[in-house]
Design a protein around this ligand. Structure first.
Ligand code: MG
Ligand code: MG
Length: 267
C-alpha cells in the first residue's frame, strides 16, 4: 500500500530529512585515512540522538550500525566496525537513516578518502547525477517509472558502459523506512503509480564500473560486486508536492542539484 502524506506530515518528514543531512555532513567531515567505519558510525549516531531522533538502521532486522559503510567493491549494507579503517583512495558509501516524531529520512553519499582517481571521480559524478535526474522527475502528473527511466538514461549516456545494480532500488518512505512502491533504477517511462502530492520516495541508484552482478557476503548484509569492480551509491528522500519536488534530505531542498534540469524545488 502506498502511503500518501498530508502537507503537515511532509513537513515533519523534512525535519527528519534534515537530521539525516546533518549526520551525513558530520560523517563526511571525518572521512580520512585511518578513521574506522565504527568511528564514523558513532559520529552519525551521536548527531541523530543529539537532534532528538532515533537511528533507523540500528536494530533493523538485527543490523548493528546507525550507518551502512560500504567500501570500494561493496555496494550497499556494509556493517560499520571499529577495527576497519579507511585508506587513501578508498571509496566509502555512507547510508544513513533517522526517525523523528515517527517520520523517516533516508540518504546516502559516496566519498573518496583523499584525492579520487579520474575513474573514481567519474563513477561518483555519474552516480550522483543519475540520482538528480531521477529526482527531477518527481513531479505531480508523472508516473513512477519516469524516475526509473531518467536514472537509467543518465547512466547510459556515458561512453563507459557503467553497470546498473538491478537487485536493489529505491522505495516509498514515511512512517516506515521501506514502503511501497519499489523504485527501479531502469525501465521504460510512463508506467506504474501516478506521482501525486504527498507521495515520498527514496531515490537511490547503485552504479558499478564493471558488471553489476552482486553477491551477498556471509555476514548476511554486505552486498558486493561479483567481479570486484568498484561501485557508488547516492540517495535522497524526496516528497512530491504541488510546488515541485522537495528533496527532504538535502540541506537546500534540492535547489543546486535540480538546477541543471531546469527544476525549481519547493524549499
Ligand atoms: Mg538508505
Ligand atoms: Mg533507502
Amino acid at each position: 500500500m502506498i502511503q500518501i502524506k498530508t502537507a503537515h506530515e511532509i513537513e515533519l518528514m523534512r525535519a527528519a530529512g534534515l537530521v539525516v543531512a546533518g549526520a551525513l555532513a558530520a560523517v563526511r567531515a571525518e572521512v580520512r585515512p585511518g578513521v574506522s567505519t565504527g568511528e564514523l558510525d558513532a559520529i552519525a549516531e551521536d548527531h541523530i540522538r543529539t537532534a532528538g531522533a532515533i537511528p533507523s538502521f540500528l536494530g533493523y532486522h538485527g543490523f548493528t550500525g546507525s550507518i551502512c559503510a560500504s567500501i570500494n567493491e561493496e555496494i550497499v549494507h556494509g556493517i560499520p566496525v571499529s577495527g576497519r579503517t579507511l585508506a587513501a583512495g578508498d571509496n566509502v558509501s555512507i547510508d544513513c537513516g533517522a526517525i523523528l516524531q515517527g517520520w523517516h529520512g533516508d540518504s546516502a553519499i559516496t566519498v573518496t578518502v583523499g584525492e579520487p582517481s579520474a575513474e573514481d571521480a567519474a563513477l561518483m559524478a555519474v552516480t550522483e547525477a543519475s540520482m538528480w535526474a531521477g529526482l527531477a522527475k518527481a513531479l505531480v502528473g508523472g508516473r513512477l517509472t519516469d524516475i526509473s527511466h531518467a536514472v537509467e538514461e543518465s547512466i547510459t549516456a556515458h561512453e563507459h558502459a557503467y553497470g546498473i545494480v538491478d537487485h536493489y532500488g529505491g522505495h516509498g518512505i514515511g512512517t516506515e523506512m521501506h514502503q511501497d512502491p519499489h523504485v527501479l533504477n531502469y525501465g521504460r517511462s510512463g508506467r506504474g503509480p501516478k506521482l501525486v502530492p504527498g507521495l515520498a520516495l527514496a531515490i537511490e541508484p547503485m552504479v558499478t564500473v564493471g558488471d553489476p552482478a552482486t553477491v551477498e557476503l556471509e555476514d548476511g548484509w554486505t552486498v558486493v560486486t561479483e567481479d570486484g569492480s568498484r561501485a557508488a551509491h547516492f540517495e535522497h528522500t524526496v516528497a512530491i508536492t504541488p510546488e515541485g519536488p522537495w528533496v527532504l534530505t538535502a540541506e537546500d531542498g534540492g535547489v543546486a542539484g535540480l538546477a541543471p534540469f531546469g527544476i525549481t524545488p519547493r524549499t
